[in-house]
Design a protein around this ligand. Structure first.
Ligand code: FAD
Length: 717
């Protein structure tokens, strides 16, 4: 590890001052942003020591004398990413003294998603705790929101961090010099101190002049030096409407600030050598292949969204799940899309060749490493099918790199616009919001011919998709159920062909030959014992706190519209079994708030839920149908509730009692974008109304409920 004042010589007379750059990443976003910062550093006369927070042996914050930048994401219900868990735990240690990090200067860029509770919680926790322990925040903390586009905050934050870093480096160098001087003066009296200080600052003079610290990223008006100015003028008449491939005035004629070209770091070669071809995902220890023993369509054919329930045969497998757990499904990219990419890159003939990856010796990329998700010697077909998320929305850095592989000047210009600062609106509108992917770009920009290495450098790892268990193994030994909606992306000008979600589209194709129609959920297995069962690769996610209370006497409120009902089916199956086993046991009330568009088309698990009500497992089933017109025969005078939150309001008193007086539990599952927020807001209103506190007070009470793990969410979208 480099220590403070270890200056990296680039040219004989040029020194670059270092800073420490630490990231905590779950899906790779924080890592790639940290890498981008590291790559840009040199253009600002700085050099970053870049490490994952989990590599604790590589850094030492207690002894660090250079500024430290953290880039951290947040996962789940406000949890730190796995790679940051241990770090966060360490700094939260209650025994640490108040001045523990008194010498540390830091800045935090937090990534999060406002669709989820505890936005940017990991970034906020690290920021707050370091501050509490005496560290000095040298640049305002960034909170980037994936819900609206991380780059809205990330880009200006990075632009502004350089000046702040340079100023801090200069201040710390002066401080270091003073420390060294005082160390020297101590030399006269204490030889041990002299030994400690002898590795200190070499006394380099930075001559950085008077640098101003920007208080907020928004004030960053100067562009980083790494940003290149691009100015080309069009000669063709301006189009009437902007599109993925065409811009309007003023963008079409403005000078552009585009990001620095990401340094290439991989060399990819294809070898025509025979070897055993891999045929499934790269399995990790906890992944197993299991058969699908049943597939039932839960919605009628005229429903807007199709929901399917799958039963997995996990008998003999080590998948000890509990209701409330979720698990990963590994799926490949769509083969027709893989083929089209191969065609477009003129690589169809080499699809069975073996991919060899090596790091470019001359790369300028900081901490360049071979991607761990590409197994050695896999074929090109395998690489595109199982390793890379080819559907991912290309980041601006990728667009910037694609400019260099595009021949036609108008296409080049448009790609420059889309990754430029000035074209941010167009990027959001034509790429991000429409979920455009690499293949869409290759089709829209025919003269763009990227090398394979660029794809491997820029496309993220293909991620497994997560699903909530919709069964209890007590009720269905050896089986695991889950429910999903087929995600549909309707056609639009940027994507002329409609498509389905990667995993849900794949699963639905996989089971279509054996799919039982709606209304036959109780029927026999659709798959005859002689037939080959379709298989999927799954892995149980561990550490869930989305569980029924250990004391069954406590009441529970469950809110799960649509497929969000899944874990509650598991909960209720478990509770039903517990009640059967302990007939004189004490069981608390159970409430389920379910909702869908139409009662007759999408009322998932209707018979099973009614059975639970019939046998007392479910005390109250409260349903709402958002698109059914009121029949006018409703016995109550008020209009029927449209959404789950309206139904919650109708039972405000009972819900508040359960949570605040009876120590009950409140669970929400399903859509994160709208429903979970609306339910959260409604709960705040209910608590405020029922306890006579103001909104802020109610929010604090909700925070306490979360801390006590009595308000639990399992949300996605
Ligand atoms: P992709 O190709 O990955 O496309 C997904 C994109 O489509 C997203 O970026 C989003 O912007 C958009 N989108 C539009 N509608 C939806 C939608 N309804 N859901 C997700 N993305 C949408 N899904 C279930 O159906 N049932 C479950 O029980 C379930 N449990 C989950 C539990 C957890 C803890 C998490 C994190 C997610 C869960 N999901 C569940 C969501 C699931 O993991 C997938 O995201 C979803 O099935 C879409 O995957 P896909 O590959 O088909 O779509």
């Amino acid at each position: 590890m480099l220590h403070a004042f270890a200056w990296t010589c680039v040219m004989p007379c040029e020194v670059k001052s270092r800073f420490l750059l630490l990231y905590g990443s779950q899906k790779g976003q924080a890592q790639s942003i940290a890498e981008e910062i590291a790559d840009q550093a040199s253009a600002h006369g700085l050099v970053a020591d870049l490490f994952c927070l989990s590599n604790k042996e590589k850094y030492n914050l207690e002894k660090e004398t250079a500024p430290v930048v953290f880039v951290v994401s947040t996962t789940g219900d406000g949890e730190p990413p796995d790679t940051a868990l241990s770090f966060v735990k360490t700094i939260k240690e209650k025994t640490l003294p108040r001045n523990h990090f008194a010498r540390l200067n830091y800045a935090v860029l937090g990534l999060g998603d406002t669709n989820y509770a505890n936005f940017c919680n990991c970034g906020k926790t690290i920021d707050g705790r370091l501050h509490e322990l005496g560290a000095k925040r040298f640049y305002s903390t960034g909170h980037a929101d994936d819900g609206v586009g991380l780059e809205i905050v990330v880009d200006p934050w990075i632009e502004g961090v350089w000046e702040a870093l340079k100023k801090t480096v200069a201040e710390m160098a002066t401080q270091g010099q003073q420390d060294t001087d005082s160390g020297r003066s101590m030399l006269n009296t204490d030889p041990r101190a002299a030994n400690q200080e002898s590795t200190g600052a070499p006394g380099l003079n930075l001559s950085l002049g008077s640098l101003k610290l920007k208080d907020s990223p928004a004030q960053a008006s100067e562009l980083p030096k790494s940003t290149s100015e691009v100015e080309t003028r069009r000669t063709e008449p301006a189009p009437l409407e902007a599109s993925l491939t065409q811009s309007l005035l003023p963008l079409s004629e403005s000078a552009l600030n585009v990001p620095a070209l990401p340094p290439p770091f991989l060399r990819v070669s294809l070898e025509d050598a025979p070897a055993q071809e891999l045929s499934g995902p790269v399995l990790q220890e906890h992944h197993q292949d299991v058969s699908i023993s049943k597939a039932v369509q839960l919605t009628r054919d005229d429903a807007v969204k199709t929901a399917i329930m799958l039963e997995l045969d996990i008998s003999g497998k080590d998948i000890p799940y509990h209701p409330g757990d979720s698990f990963d499904v590994l799926c490949p990219n769509k083969s027709s899309e893989v083929q089209r990419i191969l065609q477009r890159l003129s690589l169809e003939q080499q699809s069975h060749h073996h991919v060899q990856l090596e790091l470019r010796k001359d790369t300028k990329k900081k901490a360049a490493q071979l991607p761990g998700h590409v197994p050695e010697g896999c074929t090109l077909l395998y690489l595109l099918s199982w390793c890379l998320e080819i559907r991912s929305v290309p980041k601006k850095a990728f667009l910037r790199a694609l400019v260099e592989c595009t021949e036609a000047a108008p296409e080049k210009r448009r790609l420059q616009e889309l990754c430029s600062k000035q074209g941010s609106g167009d990027y959001n509108r034509f790429i991000r919001d429409t979920s455009v992917c690499l293949l869409d770009l290759l089709l829209a920009f025919p003269s763009c011919n990227p090398p394979l290495s660029l794809l491997v450098e820029h496309l993220p790892k293909l991620q497994p998709r997560c699903y909530s268990a919709a069964s209890s193994s007590q009720k269905h030994p050896g089986k695991l159920h889950f429910v999903f909606n087929i995600v549909e992306f309707p056609a639009c000008p940027e994507r002329p062909v409609a498509r389905r979600g990667l995993c849900t589209g794949w699963l639905s194709d996989l089971v279509s030959p054996v799919l039982q129609p709606c209304g036959t959920a109780q029927g026999p297995l659709a798959i005859s014992s002689g037939a080959t069962l379709p298989k999927v690769h799954v892995g149980l996610r561990t550490g869930s706190s989305f569980r029924l209370p250990s004391d069954p006497a406590l009441p529970v409120v469950m809110v799960g519209p649509g497929t969000g009902v899944a874990p509650f089916i598991g909960f209720l199956q478990q509770r039903e079994k517990e009640r059967e086993a302990k007939q004189d046991g004490c069981f608390g009330e159970t409430w389920l708030f379910f909702g869908c568009r139409h009662k007759d088309r999408e009322f998932l698990f209707r018979e099973e839920l009614e059975r639970f009500v019939g046998n007392g497992t479910l005390t109250y089933l409260k349903v709402s149908f958002s698109r059914d017109v009121s029949e006018g025969t409703h016995p109550e005078p008020q209009p029927s509730p449209r959404y789950v939150q309206h139904n919650l309001l109708l039972h405000a008193k009972e819900v508040a009692n359960i949570l605040l007086k009876e120590k009950g539990y409140f669970y929400v599952c399903g859509d994160a974008k709208n429903m979970a927020k609306d339910v959260n807001d409604t709960l705040v209103d209910i608590i405020a109304a029922e306890t006579d506190v103001d909104k802020l007070g109610a929010m604090k009470m909700m925070a306490t409920l979360r801390e006590e793990k009595r308000y639990l969410q399992d949300i996605w979208g």
